[in-house]
Design a protein around this ligand. Structure first.
Ligand SMILES: NC(=O)c1ccc[n+]([C@@H]2O[C@H](COP(=O)([O-])OP(=O)(O)OC[C@H]3O[C@@H](n4cnc5c(N)ncnc54)[C@H](OP(=O)(O)O)[C@@H]3O)[C@@H](O)[C@H]2O)c1
Length: 382
């Protein structure tokens, strides 16, 4: 399997603060001219499809385009009709007559897997998409799609600071021979060392609420960064280059996506390809990461208890970040399921964006307290 770095344009959705679209266009050209062939967007990443389509039109035969379907302004939609319509809209915006990889963005549990697979396979027969892949789905749904259809890939969050999903999903990838495409590969910037420890992101930056940037998960990520820096220096590489080489070396990983918005950052990331980590360094890194995972698990569980047992912060942002932290943690610890928490997450985000307050947050917290009590009595703690 050929391993490669891919470039994603999630930043154009404004999730990492304001970006310069002209610099992003320069970065896209730089990417193709420096060997990147794989580009990832989504119909929900702001103007990303249009920017990619118009900037790289002249290079179409040299590149592979991956986009995503299934998220709408109203929620999730994986129905036959929506997929058929959304694909045609994406093709128009991308200024192309085929999509190399059309990915299911998020789950829509109201639609049978067979209906979604039917829509994707009809698009394939029409030649509008070459392959289809899986995005953020619960493990059981990945199995369902792999049994019902013929997905070509699985998108997973994976980096030295986010290993859990890869560990959980790897057996399924092995069983169904599903190559992994990684996202969040630089730890959303943490492993570049360019985020100051007292980070204060712009309003609207998803890292304000991302659990990776809060509490003991963030402290753990900083410890990982410090270790990677030490190891990378011995190899004359930067920590993010070591990170990318390591991720690309993992079993079943085919593409490591990065999401910079500047030429200089992409240039650095490209230095993570084309070499292998020497065995000794690799072993030291693995041992460190395994210990860190254990340490982090305990501290994270304590954080969740603290959030659910104490009063919610009066600061709106802090309260929302704590609730997202607890919500994601309950799923990761096997205490609650994704279908149980996704509606709570959607409600929380809606009230956070519209600056509604405390009542909703308080109600969501009460629901999480109930889920925690039910889940822990089922002894599901991992
Ligand atoms: N993150 C998700 O939730 C998600 C979900 C599904 C798919 N994807 C796909 O995966 C792609 C990559 O994921 P990601 O957005 O999480 O990417 P990422 O590369 O892990 O994180 C992007 C952040 O890292 C910074 N960064 C990257 N390389 C850097 C460098 N060398 N030096 C300094 N800063 C650097 C970027 O800063 P600058 O902007 O300043 O360069 C940006 O703030 C996305 O674009 C998208 O196509 C992502």
């Amino acid at each position: 399997m050929k391993k490669e770095l891919g470039l994603g344009l999630y930043s154009l959705a404004g999730v990492y603060g304001r970006k310069d679209p002209e610099e992003i266009k320069r970065m896209l050209i730089y990417a193709v001219e420096n060997g990147i062939e794989y580009f990832d967007v989504a119909d929900q990443y702001g103007p990303a499809e249009e920017v990619l389509g118009s900037t790289l039109q002249a290079y179409r035969s040299r590149i592979r385009i991956a986009t995503k379907v299934g998220v709408t302004k109203e929620g999730f939609d994986l129905s036959y009709n929506h997929i058929q319509k959304a694909c045609r809209q994406s093709l128009k915006k991308l200024q192309t007559d085929y999509i190399d990889l059309y990915q299911i963005h998020f789950d829509d549990h109201t639609i049978p897997v067979a209906e979604t697979v039917g829509a994707l396979e009809d698009l394939q027969k029409e030649g509008l998409i070459l392959e289809y892949g899986l995005g953020h789905l619960p493990l059981q749904r990945v199995k369902d799609y792999a049994k019902e259809g013929n997905p070509a890939s699985l998108l997973l969050e994976l980096s030295p600071v986010a290993l859990q999903k890869y560990r959980e999903y790897l057996p399924v990838c092995q069983e169904y021979k599903l190559p992994v495409i990684t996202m969040g590969t630089t730890g959303r910037g943490i492993l570049t060392g360019k985020i100051p420890p007292d980070h204060g992101f712009e309003p609207g930056d998803i890292r304000n609420l991302d659990p990776l940037f809060q509490r003991s998960l963030y402290q753990s990520a900083l410890r990982v960064y410090t270790k990677l820096k030490e190891l990378a220096e011995q190899l004359n590489k930067s920590p993010v280059q070591l990170t990318l080489a390591w991720v690309l070396g993992l079993a079943h990983v085919r593409t490591a996506l990065v999401g910079p918005s500047r030429v200089a950052h992409l240039q650095e990331n490209l230095g993570g390809t084309g070499w292998e980590i020497p065995g000794e360094t690799g072993s030291e890194m693995e041992t460190f990461l395994a210990r860190e995972e254990e340490k982090k698990k305990e501290a994270r569980y304590n954080d969740i208890q603290e959030i659910l047992q104490g009063p919610l912060s009066r600061d709106r942002k802090r309260a929302a970040a704590d609730l997202v932290y607890a919500l994601e943690g309950l799923v990761d610890f096997g205490i609650a399921t994704e279908p149980e928490v996704v509606p709570l997450f959607t409600r929380l985000m809606a009230c956070y964006r519209h600056k509604e307050t405390d009542n909703t947050a308080g109600e969501i917290k009460d629901k999480l307290v109930d889920l925690f009590a039910q889940g822990t009595t089922r002894e599901t703690r991992v």
